[in-house]
Design a protein around this ligand. Structure first.
Ligand SMILES: *[C@@H]1O[C@H](CO)[C@@H](O)[C@H](O)[C@H]1NC(C)=O
Length: 242
């Protein structure tokens, strides 16, 4: 009897850990997560030095986010194999770019990941297009024509410890073409296309109003809203057991 009770407790504890764990990784439909990913990129894109004449404002693409999520869930610290094949990753983009970040001691935040990618700017020389160490993450973050982004996170114990998190961003169209500058140097927004607006020193296409195709599939909202849901499902499961 006592043994059975202990067993139940352990089982419940394990369930709590599993339920708690899943809420650590933001969903790719979470508006808060989407906003963090997009704004971290746009903030750095607006700050490039030398200034950029044709840097596009980035916005979210749910197809790229699904691709990032599927790859993140694989828990491999390497690039997606579809990247090298034409139209193999996404039907709208012949090639897609990708940055991957692995969190170690520090908790995952999109801001931290994007800041660490941008930090490779110190190894990059714009005028000679040369790189003294690693620059590929930086040049993808500031690639002028990559204006669609989708990012996702997953917990990957196999890549470190129980809280190691992988963060993947995919970019469309891809950047990082050899011997090409990531953007055109010049006064901010001086080479925006007709119809684009200058927002945060970036060329932004005016927002199209797209009708919500599936009004029942509303995103769940920010993290705190998940707690009642988890407690509810947990108590439901416990009720079924006892
Ligand atoms: C980026 O570089 C700056 C200056 O070297 C440093 O203070 C900062 O911590 C770095 N940020 C990240 C996220 O690596």
């Amino acid at each position: 009897m006592a043994l059975r009770k202990t067993f139940c407790c352990l089982w419940t504890l394990g369930l709590c850990l599993v339920v708690g764990k899943s809420s650590l990784v933001p969903s790719i439909t979470d508006p808060y997560f989407i906003d963090k990913c997009v704004s971290a990129h746009n903030e750095w894109r607006g700050k490039v030095s030398p200034p950029a004449a044709n840097m596009k404002y980035m916005s979210w693409d749910s197809g790229l986010a699904k691709m990032a999520k599927a790859w993140a869930n694989n828990c491999k610290f390497q690039h997606n194999s579809c990247l090298t094949k034409s139209y193999a990753c996404h039907e709208d983009f012949e090639y897609v770019g990708e940055n991957i970040w692995l969190s170690d001691k520090e908790a995952l935040t999109p801001e931290l990941a994007v800041a660490s990618w941008y930090n490779e700017t110190e190894f990059y020389d714009f005028d000679s297009l040369s790189c003294s160490k690693d620059c590929g993450h930086y040049t993808q973050v500031v690639w002028a024509t990559s204006d669609k982004i989708g990012c996702a996170a997953a917990i990957c114990p196999n890549l470190g410890d129980i809280s190691t998190t992988i963060f993947v961003c995919n970019y469309g169209p891809a950047g990082n073409f050899a011997n090409m500058a990531p953007y055109k140097k010049g006064a901010s927004c001086s080479l925006c296309s007709k119809g684009e607006k200058c927002v945060q020193k970036l060329c932004r296409t005016p927002k199209l109003i797209i009708p919500n195709k599936n009004p029942l599939m509303k995103p769940m909202g920010k993290a705190p809203q998940r707690i009642p849901f988890n407690l509810f499902s947990l108590s439901f499961i416990l009720l079924r057991i006892f």
